[in-house]
Design a protein around this ligand. Structure first.
Ligand code: NAP
Length: 246
């Protein structure tokens, strides 16, 4: 029976991942900021077979609370087999170009608070000397584009942080998996037109995530074809790239 901690448990992707663990009787510690929706997620997981679900309600961008939160999660589950960082915000790029405070607020949620939480989590995982940490980044972190580079820069910073953390924790028996979804049909992307083969459901992405957390692979692009797409995007020379409207 897996003991699973999810930060940002009301995320559509996180819920789809949690459902897959629930059918195998996992025990959960779920953190999110919306109490009503978190209770609904917890109830759903119990119905699907979770053996225990504990919840914590609060703002995950509030870094001073992270040490106590991670300690609580570790004690509630008596050890953590798998931890998933799934919360995040998709800022309006145009607003962030004119409002530095708004830009920094999103960097705070998507990068700084993840660094804080992962630092606390690493201490817990090193002490127990086992377990897997999954961090949801994004393909947007692979190359800065005019349409979403504020968000992309946070995910890019997170990717390098996770890479270094993986390097450090490997010899301590802890695996760290960076998850890079492409376009996923969730509330975060509600404003986007969602047709075409590039869009995936949270459930499809969740299947890939559960497999990657099980194998402890370094980086997951999900669905798989994003690895090739982003390879091409990264290889386009700047003198061509700057003329493309992306
Ligand atoms: N959807 C995509 O196309 C896509 C692509 C690449 C990467 N991702 C990443 O996937 C992850 C999950 O997103 P999603 O697609 O599942 O979207 P989602 O359903 O909108 O989930 C985002 C979650 O983050 C939570 N959150 C944001 N700020 C928070 C804070 N300060 N404290 C606590 N919770 C906070 C939201 O809570 P509230 O509902 O209470 O606001 C929500 O549950 C994110 O890291 C996102 O960047 C998504």
């Amino acid at each position: 029976m897996k003991r699973v901690v999810i930060f940002g448990a009301t995320s559509a992707i996180a819920q789809a991942v949690a459902r897959r663990y629930a059918v195998d009787g996992a025990r959960f510690f779920l953190a999110a900021r919306n109490a009503g929706r978190l209770d609904a997620v917890a109830a759903d997981l119990r119905t699907r077979g979770a053996s225990a679900v504990e919840v914590w309600v609060g703002d995950l961008a509030d870094c001073p609370g992270h040490a106590a939160l991670v300690d609580l999660a570790g004690r509630a589950l008596q050890g953590v087999d798998c931890a998933l960082l799934a919360y995040g915000t998709l800022p309006d790029q145009k607003t962030c170009e004119e409002d530095a405070a708004e830009a920094l607020r999103h960097i705070g949620t998507n990068y700084s608070s993840a660094v804080s939480l992962l630092t606390q989590l690493a201490t817990l995982m090193c002490a127990q000397a086992y377990g897997t940490i999954g961090v949801i980044g994004s393909v947007a972190g692979d190359r800065g584009r005019q349409s979403n580079y504020l968000y992309g820069s946070a995910k890019a910073g997170l990717a390098v942080f996770v890479q270094g953390l993986r390097h450090r924790l490997w010899s301590r028996g802890v695996r760290v998996v960076l998850i890079k979804p492409g376009f996923v049909d969730t509330p975060m992307t509600a404003a986007f037109p969602k047709h075409g083969p590039l869009w995936a459901s949270p459930d499809r992405v969740a299947g890939d995530i559960v497999r990657a957390l099980g194998s402890g692979q370094a980086t997951l692009y999900t669905p798989w074809f994003w690895r090739g797409i982003m390879l091409v995007i990264r290889l386009i020379p700047d003198f061509i790239f700057r003329r493309i409207r992306l």
